[in-house]
Design a binder for this molecule. Sequence first.
Ligand code: ADP
Ligand code: ZN
Ligand code: ZN
Length: 817
Amino acid sequence: MSYFIDVILPLPLDKRFTYSVEKQEAEYLKRGMRVAVPFGKSKTYTGVVADIHQNPPDVYEAKPISQILDDNPLITNYQLKFWKWIADYYMCTEGEVLRAALPGAFLLESENIVQLLKKSGPEEYELTDEEYMVVEALQRQSSLKIKEVNQVLEKKKVLPVLNSLVEKNIVALNQEIYEQYKPKKIRFVRLSSEFSGEAAMHKLLDELEKAPKQREIILSFFSLKAQSTKPVKVKTLLKKSNSSASVLKSLLDKGFLEEYYLETDRMSYSGNTAEASLSFSDHQEHALTEIRSHFQKNEVCLLHGITSSGKTEIYIRLIQDVLEKGKQALYLLPEIALTTQLIQRLQNYFGEQVLIYHSKYSMNERVEVYRHVLKEDKKGRVVIGARSAIFLPFSRLGLIVVDEEHEGTFKQFDPAPRYHARDAAVVLANFFKSNIILGSATPSLESYFNAKHNKYALVELNRRYGNVLLPEIEIVDIKVKHKKKLMKGHFSDRLLEEIKAALKEEEQVILFQNRRGFSPILECNTCGHSPQCPNCDVSLTFHHHNNQLRCHYCGYHIAMQQKCMACGSPDITTKGFGTEQIETELKSLFPDHKTGRMDQDTTRGKYGYEKIINAFEQQEIDIMVGTQMLTKGLDFRHVSLVGIMNADNLLNFPDFRAHERSFQLMLQVAGRAGRTKKRGKVLIQSYNPYHQIIQQVSTNDYSGMYKDQLEERHNYKYPPYYRLIRFTLKSRDFSKTNDASEWLAKSLGNIFKENILGPEFPPVARIRNEYYKNILLKIPQQQSLGKTKTVVHKIMSSFRAIGTFRSVKVVINVDPV
Ligand code: ADP
Ligand code: ZN
Ligand code: ZN
């Protein structure tokens, strides 16, 4: 009898590969274990066992595996089923899903490079002889290729040894950079609560009659408190009272003053008690009851709750519900930026049960999280994660929360699998019969449509927590302001007035501009030339801080030009503006205030977000300029004013979702204002103040927007009425891209007729010297999705059989956003 296993390899292969195994191996192996297998002439890959059987493959001779890598399955049956669903639905291969689903460290392969993680000597670990030899070799030489490890150990099968070293956290793969950053902790002081009343305060001062230095500190403290509601920093207090740390220490020792760190103390600082759960408003309570009853009936729930209505607190209750049942909860967020704040909030409730999983984590950290979830130990009952967290090895999933469900970033763009984490999460929840809630202040048309058509249950929450009113929205017509010469740079007189007023009240300001850099176009006033990227069809963006012209698509950059590159004229102007320019203008308009910027350029590195968000929370920054990164779900307590610098470039974006998106973005960023106490204010600057969408934003008219946009979608055959599959063809050869797209569009058109659009060049038709062309397939509701995909697969294999098109890549994107 011979035995075989089908293995999923982390490669874009259409099929699973069959390998032969010994009888004992077949008995030992289980689905979901990893095996190292030879592939091609000389490569070794880590694959996952998907099946164990006795049927030899028809067309090739099965090779034996090199090694079994696990004692127990690392991948659950749920995962294997889920991978298959993703591959089928999003028209990619299981191997591509595998690569996205497992942390890279689980997929050792012959091309890897290994490095030592810790600098200490091998004697400090408990190592096998072979592990010891590898560690020793790595101390002499900073990195080793797998081939070199072969030589060190004088054998071929080294992956198990390396695997074990990775697990023990001793070596890392592929040069990961480890950043050491501890969020900055700032010391603050406050008066002990027993001295808070007026009488107690006088008593305190009397008591300090004989300690003039200490008395001075207390007096300075009161004077600082009288000037400002900001928390008092130790540094400021010492400076103000001209005293030393030792005098302050006596006050702390006596218990008159208390020191604290704002960062770790956020919740209690705001007056909330961290441990005890909050008492819900009637509206929250009502929403929670509704959600629970929908959950009982196993319905997908859409929570449409305005910004700051207390949705997050509701999610926390729901998580508590499932933890009490001994199940796991997954909290999905669209952006890593959001996790910073959420982690603190969730940890306040659930302590170390909360784990975080996202792409800025190193491979080894991700491996750890994966293991915790797999083992179902106490850590990892609650996972907060970006989209890839749907791939974790849950076994008792009880709840999925999809926060900010309308966000396009839930969709993976590149590489395959191009999955939408929200939609995939609905499927995943169904596998587990677990509950799922999608939440947003501005639901996607698709989800709201599903709710309106009874596919999802709808729960609405229309009141802000604490009955704070939604911010007042004012639209500023900058065409008029320009005419009347009431603009300073990109700021209207109204915006400047409001910024000044907010700063005077010691409140914070957020300014939103959806472009980074200084200005996106540089133009010669003499001949009209503007510098373009040589590799892409876009203008170069001017970045002031390093005096560069940069391509945002491929990273190409050159020094800023003093003269026109075409005609030599020195008369050059910049057109359009990005966050950097706003920040520069702010610095000269408000030299006495601290400004900050949050965009892709300032948030690099694992803790990039934390640094900036913490600084803003701690009121070290008064005015923050940012791109859409800043708009999403963040909860700042002292922001009273939000300015949208220019609404028009959002609205003019060439995409059928542009209007929906603009609405969402503007309403979300507006929602950052006035979240806790008094009503906030939002100013929208626009050349087009009567635009329908801007009007709808200003009246918070979600249903109006929904109705209008739905009608457009219906008329132009777009989601949610039609499903879309987009084909993007690209190659370095312009005419081949054209020919191939013509061929494909024609073949698809033969079958799908008028439901094929294109081929068409996208707005940026060349990136990194590849030419792009799109074809869109629209699928009416009554047309079978399965059959459609079968036809597409057939046409694609005919396409791939054409020799001259071999160099043309086709990217298939199901449900593109
Ligand atoms: P959303 O997620 O809807 O934007 P949040 O859950 O962030 O709203 O709530 C907005 C603010 O109100 C937060 O600062 C939160 O701590 C506070 N909050 C919400 N519900 C309560 C409650 N029941 N008691 C006290 N504070 C609450
Ligand atoms: Zn010129
Ligand atoms: Zn470029």
